[in-house]
Design a protein around this ligand. Structure first.
Ligand code: SAH
Length: 248
């Protein structure tokens, strides 16, 4: 049997959103390194850098030192083509629910073509609706229903382990079905959509309500191909141009 593909694990990113305890960041780095993952991204950590993070990382301070800090989750996911939220609670916002082995297989398959991410939430509040609206699927670790909330770094360990087992078991993954739009392409699409909806007077910029959040959820659930985003943006431009022409 041929060896697993060494290019896949560096394309799998662990994103920790709004982590409260720096010790958990270090423990997550350690959990990742034991399983061969190295790409750690921190979104708005409450306390970082910090000696507790270094202490809990133990021999994985290299993963910690290389960690990127981003202000927003959108920034952390800009170049990714698949982002899966990790949550103890099943949330209706995301259409697809995956077990950790299913998530591992999906991530490894997509990682052949582009960076992919697992997004973990804050220790107390988990992932917010806004954060989940940037994810195309949700991974739940089936735990004791009476007490299902794992420590953040323990959850990172479970997912990293599953990824490694799947990676070791399979030297060749099927190619991704389509060229999915990247995070930044989706963000550009959403700002175009928002501008166009305001111009068409469907959205009132003064009181936008939750419209954009709901539209984000809709498109995150469907997971658009790059080509489909181009078509939708073409439709928006046509609607904008038609309106400008009628206004003249
Ligand atoms: N009270 C929070 C739990 C936060 S635990 C909530 O109800 O969402 C911190 C993070 O660890 C979570 O955001 C999630 O990413 C991960 N996590 C903890 N337990 C998990 C489980 N059983 N399945 C999947 N992820 C889990």
């Amino acid at each position: 049997m041929s060896a697993p593909d060494p290019k896949l694990l560096p394309n799998i990113r662990v994103v920790l959103a709004r982590t409260s305890h720096p010790g958990n960041i270090g423990a997550a780095a350690r959990a990742m390194k034991t399983m061969g993952l190295s790409e750690l991204v921190l979104v708005g950590p409450a306390i970082y850098p910090n000696s507790q993070a270094d202490a809990m990382a133990s021999g994985a301070t290299d993963v910690l030192a290389a960690a990127r800090v981003c202000a927003t989750l959108a920034e952390a996911l800009a170049d990714t083509r698949l982002a899966l939220g990790v949550s103890a609670r099943r949330r209706d916002i995301v259409a697809e629910w995956l077990t950790p082995p299913e998530a591992a297989a999906r991530l490894l398959r997509e990682a052949q073509a582009a960076p992919v991410a697992l997004v973990f939430g804050n220790e107390t509040s988990g992932l917010s609706n806004e954060e989940l609206s940037l994810c195309q699927g949700l991974v739940t670790i089936a735990a004791n229903p009476a007490y299902s909330s794992l420590n953040l770094a323990a959850a990172v360990q479970v997912l990293s382990y599953e990824i490694r087992q799947a990676w070791l078991a399979r030297p060749d993954w099927p190619q991704p079905e389509m060229e999915a739009a990247s995070g930044v392409e989706m963000e550009n699409f959403y700002s175009h959509l928002e501008t166009a909806l305001a111009e068409l007077e469907f959205l009132n910029p003064g009181s936008p309500g939750k419209l954009m959040l709901k539209l984000r959820r809709l498109f995150s659930r469907t997971r658009l191909a790059k080509e489909e985003v181009n078509i939708l943006r073409g439709i928006l431009t046509a609607a904008q141009t038609g309106r400008h022409r009628r206004q003249k």
